[in-house]
Design a protein around this ligand. Structure first.
Ligand code: ADP
Length: 472
């Protein structure tokens, strides 16, 4: 991915990953806070609204309870006295049918109904009056649960949910000639007069809570969107100085490597000239001159590697130089090139290459990638070992594996091997000419070709490096 920092265009997947990780962590924290907060608000509101509904039911029940005695008296008069015969219809078994409060009071004046029920009832509410034997007598309102009273009713009243209807059932007690609800304490022993059941639909409450929930979710989404935007800008701003100093460091590495090249070339050329006239060199200095030649060659190699890495970090891949490359041919040439070295080291080098596998890329870079891996496989293999190079097609990718039976890598070191300048302790002491840049270069080249490099290794048994490159 490429993005603009100041005037410099930087190709940098590493910072892009870091920024995404930062952004993700930031969003996770915010999402957790917002989620917890909105859930807590929702729970509190649901509890509060339910308590409000329950309190409302209790209030109507208390008001309706105070009228039970009158209602019971009137109902019995209407259903038993000869002069009102037929006023209350009878069921097939001869029992009176419950009537509405308006019908009950119709024998007086219709407007007296409002005095018996505290507030006018809506279609979503209903009050039922029962006598002491739980016989349903009178009702008012538009909503009733079509069930009998429950067997157990607390003396303080019980809340019952019948599907989408919530009811509060309140037992009513009488003390001598006075009727009181259970909540009032008396000095005399109360006897149960009957029950009042007040019901209300919870559909309105549910709809209201659904609207609240939708509003809350919408609010959380809007805030999350704003927070994402803020987080994006914030992480970009906070990473700017880091990216800039990294940028300067790479520029320095690139410049320093470039500047070191010329003096190194001069040293190597001078040493080569001196070595070409051994008669002019004092015998005691021949060895020293050899050491200078080796050291300057190593340094030159290191500087080239550093420069290559700095350039690859700096520039996006120049795809105009890319072409179709027959991987099998490239690997075959490489195996041929290294066969002498393998023979000298008594290492058995073999290959299994599926023909006609082509990838699209930079030939010299891919050559460098496989040279580094094959070079390592031979370098870190012991005499008598085997190195196997294979190429196959896996789905839409070409898979190159370079396997050796060498010294292997311990599990705790595996995560470091692609880091720049990293070398295993054992290698540091035994292979002085190793720089620790080969695998970093291999990884960068693979990534620039849209591929992936992985490794499987066991200490003392061997290693296998896999390079997966997408087919064109
Ligand atoms: P260099 O080989 O120049 O040290 P590399 O970057 O190629 O640098 O490798 C880094 C380190 O990974 C090596 O120093 C070595 O410890 C380990 N390594 C790489 N390839 C192998 C291998 N085939 N077998 C065992 N160890 C390896």
């Amino acid at each position: 991915m490429a993005w603009d920092i100041g005037s410099t265009l930087i190709f940098n997947g590493r910072f892009s990953k870091l920024r995404n990780r930062l952004l993700l962590s930031y969003l996770l924290v915010i999402a957790t806070i917002l989620g917890t907060f909105s859930t807590a608000v929702y729970i509190l509101v649901v509890r509060d609204r339910n308590q409000q509904l329950n309190a409302h039911l209790r209030q109507i029940a208390a008001a309706s309870a105070s009228t039970l005695e009158i209602i019971q008296h009137e109902y019995e008069e209407l259903s038993t006295q000869e002069e009102y015969k037929g006023y209350v219809p009878l069921k097939a078994d001869g029992m009176p049918v419950p009537i509405t409060l308006s019908q009950l009071m119709g024998k007086y004046r219709a407007d007296s109904v409002s005095q018996l029920v505290a507030n006018p009832l809506t279609n979503h509410q209903g009050v039922e009056w029962f006598d002491g034997r739980r016989r349903f007598m009178v009702y008012e309102g538009g909503l009733f649960p079509s069930t009998l009273l429950p067997n157990i009713i607390s003396s303080q009243g019980s809340l019952v949910q019948y599907g989408k209807i919530r009811s509060f059932i309140l037992p009513v007690y009488s003390v001598s000639s006075t009727t009181v609800s259970a909540s009032i304490s008396t000095s005399t022993i109360p006897s149960r007069l009957g029950y009042v059941r007040v019901s209300e639909s919870t559909l309105l409450l549910e709809a209201e809570l659904r609207r609240f929930q939708t509003g809350l979710v919408l609010g959380v989404l809007i805030v999350s969107g704003l927070v994402t935007l803020g987080g994006f800008l914030l992480t970009r701003e906070s990473l700017k100085p880091v990216v800039q100093s990294f940028d300067q460091l790479r520029e320095f590495t690139s410049d320093a490597s470039h500047e070191l090249r010329n003096p190194l070339t001069a040293i190597r050329a001078s040493v080569a000239v001196m070595q070409s006239h051994p008669e002019r060199i004092h015998p005691a200095d021949v060895e020293k001159l050899g050491a200078i030649a080796t050291a300057s060659a190593q340094m030159s190699h290191l500087v080239d590697d550093l420069l290559l890495l700095a350039r690859m970090d700096w520039q996006a891949p120049d795809q105009s130089a890319w072409r179709r490359i027959a991987l099998d041919e490239m690997l075959e040439d490489l195996v041929d090139l290294y066969s002498d070295r393998a023979t000298q080291a008594h290492i058995f080098l073999q290959s299994q290459l599926i023909p006609n596998i082509e990838v699209y890329g930079d030939a010299s870079q891919l050559q460098r990638l496989f040279t580094n891996l094959l070079g390592n496989a031979l370098k870190y293999s012991l005499s008598g070992g085997t190195v196997n190079v294979s190429l196959q097609r896996i789905g839409t990718s070409a898979l190159v594996s370079i396997e050796d039976t060498g010294i292997g890598i311990s599990p705790d070191q595996l995560s470091h091997i692609f880091e720049r300048f990293w070398r295993a302790d054992q290698v540091r002491s035994q292979h002085e000419n190793s720089s620790g840049l080969g695998l970093a270069i291999a990884k960068t080249i693979t990534q620039r070709h849209g591929g992936e490099i992985t490794v499987r290794s066991q200490l003392g048994v061997g290693s296998c490096f896999y390079v997966k490159i997408p087919l064109p």
